[in-house]
Ligand binder design. Structure first.
Ligand SMILES: C[S@@+](CC[C@H](N)C(=O)[O-])C[C@H]1O[C@@H](n2cnc3c(N)ncnc32)[C@H](O)[C@@H]1O
Length: 311
């Protein structure tokens, strides 16, 4: 799909959730191919858009895609879990809206050499930020069998995690596992024939798990929420798109914590904590893509958008 026909996930819903003011300050924490950013920046006049990605390749490509609006844009190579430091470095105390469209981008998956895909042979890398030290090869060849089992089970929700972790450790005892297709072959060798015939690719869940571990994705989302909410202006909006239940649970629980008022035990006669809600949830239930969007873009199938407004 060309970049001009590519439609970002839940685009209209995100734009509505962000409630954009033309003079406001916005932050897109997951620039990717700038699909959402283009639509945000078009709506700004005196406002500014801070575009963050931990992948330098995304920032380089976005410079072209955002060319007509570069006077309103700041491109920042960083992890979105440093959202507070990013705003500090730009002398911006707070933002009026922040968007996080989690996970990997299509260009990262499509570039076989990055090692995210179980369909293309490449060195086992999977780093979103290629300046970071830990690669997928480091996880696969260096982590203990128990750590591998836990990661594949928890982050991949893979029922054959013990068998796959065992097969990885046996294989690397002969020689290190170096490429994506070698890993696919080891994963398949650990699964029963029936599981190999399922619709989903047998390596999908294990690859997701290792990618999450390499990029420390879940902890980044938790840190981001804790640092983003305090840096929203009153009335400012936070919008987060998740793609699997692990991420969604973190976002749902994190937002619920900020939306909660008093935390005193229920048997206290009066409140002593004095806590008041920091945000209100814009929608009680997550916003899901329409059937039409899913047909046009199967990647949207598991997307969930949660939005909150700062009080
Ligand atoms: C799903 S894509 C975003 C697509 C984008 N919204 C669009 O429409 O083109 C996710 C992007 O976020 C980046 N990313 C993921 N986790 C990140 C993090 N913790 N900090 C900064 N960028 C991150 C990835 O490198 C990837 O480019």
């Amino acid at each position: 799909m060309s970049e001009f026909t590519h439609r970002p996930v839940l685009l209209d819903e995100c734009i509505e959730a962000l409630n954009i003011r033309s003079g406001g300050i916005y932050l897109d924490g997951t620039l990717g191919r700038a699909g959402h950013s283009r639509e945000i920046v078009k709506r700004l006049t005196t406002g500014r858009l801070i575009c963050v990605d931990r992948d330098q390749a995304a920032l380089d490509a976005a410079r072209e895609r955002l060319a007509p609006w570069l006077d309103r844009v700041e491109l920042v190579h960083s992890n979105f879990d440093r959202v507070d430091e990013i705003l500090d470095s730009l002398s911006m105390p707070a933002a009026d809206g922040m968007l996080f469209d989690l996970g990997v981008s299509s260009p990262q998956l499509d570039d076989g050499s990055r090692g995210f895909s179980y369909m293309a042979d490449a060195p086992l890398d999977m780093r979103m930020d290629q300046g970071e030290g830990l690669t997928a090869a480091g996880v696969v060849n260096g982590w203990s069998q128990e750590e591998l089992r836990r990661v594949i089970s928890q982050y991949g929700e893979e029922r054959f995690a013990p068998q796959i972790a065992g097969a990885i450790v046996r294989r690397r005892g002969d020689k290190p596992i170096e490429t994506t297709l070698e890993l696919v072959e080891v994963i398949k060798s650990a699964m029963p024939a029936k599981a190999l015939r399922e619709k989903q690719h047998p390596a999908k869940r294990t690859f997701q798990a290792i990618r999450i571990a390499v990029n420390d994705e879940l902890a980044s989302v938790e840190r981001m929420l804790q640092r983003a909410v305090p840096r929203l202006n009153r009335g400012g909006r936070l919008a987060v798109i998740t793609f699997h239940s692990l991420e969604d649970r973190i976002v749902k629980t994190g937002l619920a914590g900020f939306a909660k008022g008093c935390t005193c035990p229920p048997d206290f006669p009066v409140c002593v904590c004095g806590k008041t809600p920091d945000i209100r949830l814009v929608n009680k239930k997550p916003i899901l893509p329409s059937q039409r969007e899913i047909e046009e873009n199967p990647r949207a199938r598991s997307a969930k958008l949660r939005a909150a407004e700062k009080l």
